[in-house]
Design a protein around this ligand. Structure first.
Ligand code: SF4
Ligand code: SF4
Length: 523
């Protein structure tokens, strides 16, 4: 019992809203939360035994206890320039994601990956399944761009644009902040025994998490089947669209698990990019770091010979991955810049220059000059330029039509009393979002040659394909053996020509000559 009481006292060591730590006797939830005040008093005798207070170190991950269990973080709110602009850019990115399926370009959503029809629409540019190889350039281009940007700016992507960070910070943490209050209130609520008030908040918060996850998943689905189709499917019984229902169910479940519980663990233990960054960056790359030259030795205000750091721990309290940036660059740092704002706020309060924690290179923190142009950035830059050049060329070769010629099954050629015959199937594919008229022409013809099929222009509906027979004949008396010819397709405005070479097959011409001679047919 004595132990429990001691534990209860330990629970009461909490964070003040200004960031400093303090022992307090108050165990009642603050009333600042927009949710009506609910009975959430902590009874130390009934509350769960707290985990020991975590002090970040470079030897272990703060969010994992020594016994392997999870230590759930409640990062404090940061306020400042970076927090404000991260919020603006995060909300703009979310709006971009939400609006894309609603924006119509050329009769289709701006981004529509129509897997069922094997057509991929990007802002009015349509790729057919045959053009999917171009995605290789898109993906590798993104990879090279990430290499280049990481070498220059470190983990700017993680902190400002990664969908995981954007949704966690600007959707799920906002819901949590709205329902459970600030970091202090959240921690107290976590430690409080389950009662009506806590249950109400938990149900409300997780209900909103589930709704947000379902919304994001449905919108994601609309990138593949279009919004009207998603809407139509939602109006029908799940059994009518079992596959889609299962997909939404599983994807929303994964999102909910990730954003409600897993959170920063994804960045720390799953995402390979965090590990890659140590290979992609060097001492001149931009990182978020602590100016130890200026900050050390730490000391409370008024401590003789102390550096600029007042050891308030505010930078640790706001960190969403629970690290202490004063220990140096760490893999867990997702570059969210919350510690910059937190420290700048403290520096402003104690009338010291801002920037004790700031964006700079390791060389810059050591007092040197950062070089942007260096072998690593030059090599990555050249790779990126080559990639962009090749991708631009590859995309410029994409024609708004496709065309294949296949020999009909059965015999490769037919010999009749009058001629030698080859039969083909010509497949014309219109990749445009409007009907197109094509003309098919033959090149390399010989005397005695004739054709059946495709003698006049062919109209193919928008995003459709048409398969037509093409039969080629050569009179027996003009037949001199197999030969090659070209089949070309042009659109009506002659903006492009597609050409395929085929071979006209047949027997050895001497055999036909002997046969005709035996039959008394004169040539
Ligand atoms: S680095 Fe800044 S925020 Fe962090 S403990 Fe020192 S003064 Fe406080
Ligand atoms: S150390 Fe600073 S920038 Fe890095 S994750 Fe923590 S708060 Fe964000």
């Amino acid at each position: 019992m004595g132990c429990r009481a001691a534990s209860g006292r330990a629970l009461q060591t909490v964070l003040r809203r200004d960031g400093s730590t303090s022992s307090t006797r108050s165990t009642t939830m603050s009333t600042e939360s927009p949710i009506p005040s609910l009975p959430t008093k902590i009874d130390p005798a009934r509350s769960k035994v707290p985990k020991p207070r975590h002090v970040p170190s470079v030897d272990s991950v703060t969010t994992i206890n020594a016994d392997g269990s999870r230590y759930f973080l409640h990062p404090a709110d940061a306020h400042g320039w970076f927090t404000r602009w991260r919020r603006h850019s995060g909300l703009a990115l979310i709006a971009f994601y939400l609006l894309l399926p609603w924006i119509n370009v050329g009769g289709y959503p701006a981004v529509f990956l129509d897997v069922a029809e094997r057509r991929f629409h990007f802002f009015g540019f349509t790729l057919a399944a045959q053009d999917v190889w171009l995605l290789f350039f898109g993906v590798s281009g993104l990879g090279f761009a990430l290499f280049f940007l990481t070498a220059l700016f470190g983990r700017l992507w993680c902190g400002w644009a990664c969908p995981h960070t954007v949704y966690l910070d600007h959707v799920y943490r906002r819901i949590e902040r709205m329902i459970d209050g600030d970091a202090l209130q959240r921690r107290q609520l976590d430690l409080a025994p389950m009662g009506a008030g806590k249950l109400f908040r938990r149900v409300l918060k997780h209900g909103l998490y589930i709704l947000a996850s379902l919304f994001i998943t449905h919108l994601f689905l609309s990138y593949f089947v279009s919004l009207p189709e998603v809407w139509h499917m939602m109006g029908e019984a799940p059994g009518e669209h079992r596959g889609m229902f299962l997909f939404v169910f599983i994807a929303a479940g994964i999102l909910y698990f990730n954003f409600a519980w897993f959170r920063e663990q994804l960045c720390i233990v799953l995402c390979p990019y965090g590990r890659l960054q140590s290979a992609l960056t060097d001492d001149h790359s931009l990182v978020i770091g602590y100016d130890a030259k200026r900050g050390e030795p730490k000391g409370r205000l008024g401590t003789p010979d102390a550096g600029a750091c007042v050891a308030c721990n505010r930078c640790v309290q706001v960190c969403p991955t629970g690290i202490d940036i004063r220990h140096g660059l760490q893999m867990e740092c997702v570059g969210c810049a919350a510690c910059i704002d937190a420290c700048d706020e403290v520096m402003a309060k104690v009338n010291r220059p801002k920037g004790l924690i700031r964006y700079d290179s390791l060389v810059g923190f050591a007092g040197g000059k950062t070089h942007w142009l260096r072998p690593r950035t030059i090599v990555y830059g050249i790779l990126l330029l080559v990639g962009v050049g090749v991708a631009t060329f590859a995309f410029s070769t994409v024609k708004p039509a496709g065309f294949t010629v296949m020999r009909m099954s059965s015999a490769a050629y037919f010999v009749t009393a009058d001629d030698v015959r080859n039969q083909f199937m010509v497949r014309l594919l219109n990749k445009r979002n409007e009907p197109a008229v094509f003309t098919v022409s033959l090149d390399g013809l010989r005397a005695g040659f004739s054709q059946d099929g495709l003698t006049s222009a062919v109209t193919v509906a928008a995003l459709a394909e048409q398969v037509s027979p093409l039969v080629l004949h050569v009179d027996r008396k003009h037949y001199t053996g197999p030969f090659k010819l070209k089949i070309s397709v042009q659109d009506q405005s002659r903006t492009f020509t597609l050409t395929r070479q085929v071979e006209f097959l047949g027997p050895d011409a001497r055999l036909l000559l002997e046969e005709d001679h035996d039959k008394g047919i004169k040539r």
